[in-house]
Design a protein around this ligand. Structure first.
Ligand code: AKG
Ligand code: FE2
Length: 200
């Protein structure tokens, strides 16, 4: 189902791009899956429920951390199976599994700056995959920040890169104390995505 394009063939080149990317290691893949795969993928999402999720730094609709439908569980597992070995070679980090939640960001929804890093949770790489939307979003960009660190503490931040949630785009980045990022507020339309992390 994850019929990866020839862009994935040169893993050494991807590893160089990943390591050199600023403000922290990341990759952006456009046209991640072909149309047939996209249809299957959207079908697998149809029955997976999303709930309103609000917290100190976020407001969005998300599916539960563990898939509730077999179709979504299969989607997550096939994604992990296809991507973990490649991303492991590209990033130089051991990866074996991934989790996955489906998200809908509607007007007023956001996810404020955070780094995804949680002690003892083992998130190694983060990913977000943007889905086609019946109403393409205004806003909702993924913004990456450059952090000046003092040991593990962030002492200064500046905006360094904006990645638009273009349909069929996959973004992968390394999780660390310095991987500060946010989803800017959606002003109109719907930002639909799948996102999660790869683990050792
Ligand atoms: O959807 C995205 O672009 C990133 C999502 C994210 O940062 C997260 O869920 O932690
Ligand atoms: Fe995040």
């Amino acid at each position: 189902m994850w019929n990866l394009s020839p862009a994935w063939d040169d893993e050494e080149a991807l590893a160089r791009v990943f390591r050199a990317a600023a403000p922290f290691p990341h990759l952006v893949f456009d046209d991640f899956v072909d149309q047939a795969a996209l249809d299957d993928l959207l079908a697998a999402l149809e029955e997976e429920p999303v709930d309103d999720c609000q917290g100190d730094i976020f407001w969005f609709e998300g599916s539960s951390p563990e898939p509730r439908t077999d179709a979504f569980r299969r989607l997550r597992d096939s994604f992990a199976e296809a991507l973990a070995p490649r991303l492991s070679r590209i990033s130089g980090k051991a990866l074996s599994r991934a989790d996955m939640r489906a998200y809908a960001y509607r007007p007023g929804h956001y996810l404020l700056p955070h780094n995804d890093h949680q002690q003892h949770v083992g998130r190694v790489l983060a990913y977000a995959y943007y889905l086609p939307s019946p109403e393409p979003p205004e806003g909702g960009e993924l913004e990456l920040f450059r952090c000046t660190m003092d040991g593990r503490d962030v002492v200064r931040t500046e905006s360094a890169k904006i990645i638009a949630p273009v349909p069929n785009r996959l973004v992968v980045f390394e999780v660390s104390d310095a991987s500060l990022h946010q989803v800017r507020e959606v002003m109109a339309g719907l930002r639909a995505s799948l996102a999660g992390w790869f683990y050792p």
